[in-house]
Write a protein that binds this ligand. Sequence first.
Ligand SMILES: Cc1cc2nc3c(=O)[nH]c(=O)nc-3n(C[C@H](O)[C@H](O)[C@H](O)COP(=O)(O)O)c2cc1C
Length: 257
Amino acid sequence: MIREIKLRKSVRKYKNEPLKEKSEKIVNESINEAKSLHGNIKTKIIFEKNGERFYKTASTLTKSLFFVKSPHYIILMSEEKEGYLENIGFIGEQIVLKLAGAGIGTCWIGGNVNDKKFSKEYSTEYNLEYIACISVGYPEEDLVEITDRKRKDLDEIFKDNIYKNHFEAAKALQAAPSATNRQPWNIYPEDTNWDYYIEEFSGIMSDKRNDLAAIDAGIGLSHILMESNRKGEMINFSKEPKKDKEGLRYITTIKFK
Ligand SMILES: Cc1cc2nc3c(=O)[nH]c(=O)nc-3n(C[C@H](O)[C@H](O)[C@H](O)COP(=O)(O)O)c2cc1C
C-alpha cells in the first residue's frame, strides 16, 4: 500500500505552531495538483492560514460538537451540482494524502457540512458554497505507519470475493477515512469492474448523513485511484445506467484495464 495511505490518520491534536514555509508550499502544491472527479463542477479550495479567524466564524455548538482546533484549515467550496459532494471528497483526500506523506497532520471536519454561514465569509461568488473543511498543522505526535485500524472486514464491504484480484486497491479503500467511521462503501465486484455504491440513510439526520456519505464516496475513490496508479494499473470511472439497488446509492463503476 502506498506510504501516504499507511501514514494518514485523523489528527485532532496539533503543535501550537504555524507551518514552516516549506510545508506551506506543499499545502499550496497539493491544492493546485488535486484533480477533480467531475470537471464540470466549479470548486474553490482555500488555504486559511489564519486558523483563529476561521475557528471564530463557527458557532459555539459546532465547535463543541465537531470542531478540531488547528493552526490552519483548508476550506472546501463548491457549486451545488450533481455529484458535487463526491467531487469534493475526491479532491480533498488527494490533498490529505499528499500532506500525510510530508508529515503534516489533517482531519476532515464535516460536522458542519454545507453550513451556509461560512460561505459568505469565504466567497463572494454567489454559486460557491462552503461544503466542509480539513484541519491542518504539525501533529503533536509524528505520523507513523498504521497497521491496526478499526475497519469493517473486506468481506463486508465487497459482496463477492473476486475483489481479491485487486486486493491492494481494496485494502486502500478499507483504510480510507469516513465520517464517524461509518464506512458506507458497498461494492459489487466482477472480474474487471467494481460497481461502487454507498449506503442510503433514512430517519433522523439522514440528509446530513447522506451528504457526508457522498463525500466518503469520493474519498474512497481517491484511495483506489492513488493505489492503482502507484502499481501502474490504469483505471477509470464510468457512470452506467440502471444500477440502483435497494438501500444503496449507485455512484460509479470502476474499470480496471
Ligand atoms: C467526511 C468526513 C467528515 C468528518 N468529520 C469529522 C468531524 O467533524 N470531527 C472529527 O473529529 N472527525 C471527523 N472525521 C474523521 C473521522 O471520524 C475519521 O476519519 C474516522 O473515525 C476514521 O479514523 P481515521 O481517519 O483516523 O482512520 C470526518 C471524516 C470524514 C471522512
